[in-house]
Design a protein around this ligand. Structure first.
Ligand SMILES: *[C@@H]1O[C@H](CO)[C@@H](O)[C@H](O)[C@H]1NC(C)=O
Ligand SMILES: *[C@@H]1O[C@H](CO)[C@@H](O)[C@H](O)[C@H]1NC(C)=O
Length: 329
């Protein structure tokens, strides 16, 4: 409430500060608010972190934006028309240590909508992106592009965080997805590569949903995720191929009776697990009981290393042992 009442006052102070002549340290930014009303040939340089982000997504050439403070959106980002955009967080703690910069969707605004764009995001904390009431507020929605995510934390978003269709796909490195709601990543007709990524305590939907993809996950951890109707960690359908190397699936649960694949569901697809670990992944069965089911197999699944003695269930016979094509690390 207090914040609501303060906002007009802060806005006024913000506007007034532009009326006061600035010293040379502030540069040409002082003219920015009047760029629209004072006839002027040169576009004024954007001043706030949000304005700089807006300007970057519509630049014509390869662009690198270095954020030095957190930002909370006050409206949807414009569609990304910059062909190759990198946004890097370069924030500091009060003690001067390097930290991620926060981008907050304010529970109602949309992030990067990218068509045929190369987008690289690093060192960011992404929060408050919430698709609801039919409005798509996904943080990144990419069609025919290439998305790279490095050293980011995604937390407290809902209704999906990253959605990639076609193109050169999605690469995620050294990042965490924690306590998001209603699914995290979707990839369709494209590829996903994840290295050293944590998915933890996400609720209400499959963390990674895949339609006819190629997926490789190396050293990923899926822990304590829950979904209602199927696979809390990863679900693949439609002739996809997924491979996990040295991954751990622990305590993932499907909460509705009839839902299959506590951690993973492989449907009409190929899956391979190279030296992976499975513990306490469960589904719900009639009578309110739970049953161990690490992987629901309705396709071909192969294991390299230890095949779990329980919890590999499905309609396609016993899992095979095969180490071919397993990554060496
Ligand atoms: C986008 O990345 C791909 C490789 O993933 C590259 O072939 C292409 O040239 C890049 N496009 C631009 C506009 O940078
Ligand atoms: C995962 O859930 C188990 C059981 O509820 C709990 O003991 C454990 O601490 C949780 N792990 C994390 C990392 O929160």
């Amino acid at each position: 409430m207090r914040q609501q009442r303060l906002r007009p006052v802060l806005l006024l102070i913000g506007l007034l500060s532009f009326l006061v002549p600035h010293g040379p340290g502030y540069g040409g930014g002082a003219r920015a608010p009047f760029a629209g009303i004072v006839p002027s040939a040169a576009a004024a340089a954007p001043t706030t972190p949000e304005a700089r982000l807006r300007a970057a997504v519509t630049k014509r050439g390869t662009t690198v934006l270095r954020l030095t403070s957190d930002l909370r959106l006050t409206s949807d980002l414009p569609a990304v028309t910059c062909p190759s955009l990198t946004v890097t967080g370069n924030c500091r703690t009060v003690k001067g240590r390097s930290r991620r910069c926060k981008i907050d969707g304010n529970e109602r605004f949309a992030g990067f909508l990218a068509m045929s764009v190369n987008l690289t995001l690093s060192n960011l904390e992404v929060t408050g992106f919430a698709s609801k009431n039919g409005k798509d507020n996904t943080f990144v929605r990419s069609v025919s592009g290439a998305i790279t995510i490095r050293n980011c934390l995604f937390t407290k978003n809902s209704g999906g965080v990253i959605d990639v269709t076609g193109g050169d796909g999605l690469k995620v490195e050294g990042s965490s997805f924690v306590r998001n709601e209603g699914g995290v990543i979707k990839v369709a007709y494209s590829t996903m590569e994840a290295n050293d990524v944590l998915f933890q305590a996400n609720t209400g939907g499959t963390a990674i949903g895949l339609i006819r993809p190629g997926l490789i996950c190396r050293r990923c951890v899926f822990e304590n995720n829950t979904a209602k109707t199927q696979a809390a960690a990863v679900a693949v359908v439609s002739a996809g191929g997924i491979r996990f190397s040295r991954c751990r699936f622990i305590g993932n649960t499907v909460t509705e009776v009839g839902g299959r694949g506590g951690a993973v569901a492989v449907q009409y697809s190929y899956g391979q697990f190279c030296h992976c670990q499975f513990e306490r992944n469960t589904i719900k069965v009639a009578g309110g009981k739970t049953r161990i089911e690490h992987v629901y197999i309705n396709g071909l699944v192969e294991f390299c290393g230890k095949v779990p003695s329980t919890g590999m269930n499905g309609d396609a016979g016993d899992p095979q042992v095969n180490c071919r094509n397993c990554p060496s690390a």
